[in-house]
Write a protein that binds this ligand. Structure first.
Ligand SMILES: NC(=O)C1=CN([C@@H]2O[C@H](COP(=O)(O)OP(=O)(O)OC[C@H]3O[C@@H](n4cnc5c(N)ncnc54)[C@H](OP(=O)(O)O)[C@@H]3O)[C@@H](O)[C@H]2O)C=CC1
Ligand SMILES: N[C@@H](CCC(=O)N[C@@H](CSC=O)C(=O)NCC(=O)O)C(=O)O
Ligand SMILES: [Zn+2]
Ligand SMILES: [Zn+2]
Length: 381
């Protein structure tokens, strides 16, 4: 009934950096060729949404509809869409997978170039927006997803159909945080049985690295976080040790000294899940000489740069990065859903808060409290 027509629906609009979102009625245009319109049922708020809203994202532009950790049901598709159909249950993918570009066919990366340039400018691949406010002004898209709207339009390469038995109110988390951390451990780093691992930052991303390391049988999984309240979670997700650098170090001792001491020379793998460039340096320098690898996952603000003595790299430590855990969304998401059904991948455990969509600004507040991993918003409320 709605196919081919504009839809009026509720959305949360970020009009200005650093200001609360405005929940209001917007108009969502029908999908054009190679586009899909999705009714979003559930979305979580990721730290990256808060990062962009704060104004420190070099790609952040306003007014925009943020949100990228969402799941819903396809309402209609534009011409030439073959990978999904109306009624399919889908997860939005901020890392597209066209399966044709130089990146997708390289078998070296999950980064896809098909829509990334326009995605970074907040528009659809044809350079225009599908969102308009009541004044008729265009609203920008975000990360190719814009899940903070009851209806959104995505490029077909940015959508994956999933097993309809998967509960959308839970697996929406596979749209970012859980997949990112888990994939960073099992794909980007490809940690192995017996490896030693340190994870800096015990949010959803860091704790998902921990569960990946546990699945692979790593011998030591050390979580480093400045908040003691994260200790119980760390242990529940599989950490063997927890260090709070604010209180667990001797006078004059650094976190690098401590980690190197308790691991007989340093770790096989470390992961930054904080976005703090000083932590990124510590994570690299805590790696074992000769082979230790440090994976940067955290997103740092505009203008921030990483540094270390080149000698750290000369002597065999490796700095790597990971986006969306190295996971190719369209090819590999259903594998993660199977792991979830088989009890190998924890997802539900990250949902500490649930709210109606109109409470979205409270969900951003939740992020700043130590008792929150993810708040899932119900778009029907
Ligand atoms: N590369 C990618 O594909 C992706 C990157 N990200 C990025 O990953 C990072 C983590 O995301 P998420 O887990 O959602 O975020 P959270 O904010 O939930 O987790 C970060 C954790 O790090 C802790 N922390 C802060 N400073 C330090 C420090 N100096 N040393 C140790 N721990 C510290 C925080 O403690 P406290 O709560 O007390 O501040 C918090 O527990 C973010 O930067 C996010 O933008 C997210 C998804 C995908
Ligand atoms: N826009 C930022 C970069 C933000 C960033 O690094 N995003 C991550 C995902 S964060 C998800 O919560 C990512 O996958 N980056 C790869 C990409 O292609 O965007 C900036 O310009 O610094
Ligand atoms: Zn995210
Ligand atoms: Zn591609």
């Amino acid at each position: 009934m709605t196919a081919g027509k504009p839809i009026k629906c509720i959305a949360a609009v970020a009009y200005e950096a650093g200001k609360p979102l405005t929940v209001e009625e917007i108009t969502v245009d029908p999908p054009k060729a190679h586009e899909v319109r999705v009714k979003i049922d559930y979305t979580a708020v990721c730290h990256t949404d808060a990062y962009t809203l704060s104004g420190v994202d070099p790609e952040g532009a306003f007014p925009a509809i943020l949100g990228h950790e969402g799941a819903g049901i396809v309402e209609s598709v534009g011409e030439s869409v073959t990978n999904v159909k109306p009624g399919d249950h889908v997860i939005a993918l901020y890392t597209a997978e066209c399966q044709k570009c130089k990146f997708c066919t390289s078998n070296k990366t999950n980064l896809c170039s098909s829509v990334r340039a326009t995605q970074g400018k907040g528009v659809m691949p044809d350079g225009t927006s599908r969102f308009h406010n009541a004044k008729g002004e265009d609203l920008l898209h975000f990360m190719g997803c814009s899940t903070f709207s009851r209806y959104t339009v995505l490029a077909d390469v940015s959508v994956v159909a999933i097993d309809p038995k998967a509960p959308l109110e839970k697996v929406c988390l596979l749209g970012c945080g859980v997949t990112t951390g888990y994939g960073a451990a099992v794909k980007t780093a490809n940690v192995q049985k017996g490896d030693t691992v340190a994870v800096f930052g015990a949010g959803t991303v860091g704790l998902s690295v921990v569960q990946g390391a546990k699945v692979r049988g790593c011998s030591k999984i050390i979580v480093v976080d400045i908040n003691d309240d994260k200790k119980t979670w760390a242990s529940e997700f599989g950490a063997t040790d927890f260090i709070n650098p604010m209180k667990d170090l001797k006078k004059g001792e650094t976190i690098v000294d401590k980690l190197v001491e308790i691991t007989d020379g340093g770790l096989d793998f470390t992961f930054d899940c904080t976005g703090n460039v000083n932590v990124m340096r510590d994570a690299l320098e805590a790696c074992h000489k000769g082979w230790g690898q440090s994976i940067i996952i955290g997103v740092a603000a505009a203008g921030k740069e990483i540094s270390t003595r080149p000698f750290q790299l000369v002597t065999g430590r490796v700095w790597k990065g990971s986006a969306f855990g190295g996971i190719k969304g369209r090819s590999e998401m259903n594998g993660l859903i199977s792991d979830y059904f088989d009890g190998k991948l924890k997802v539900d455990e990250f949902i500490t808060h649930r709210r109606g969509f109109t409470e979205i600004n409270d969900a951003f507040e939740d992020l700043h409290h130590g008792d929150c991993l993810r708040t899932v918003l119900d778009l029907s409320k």
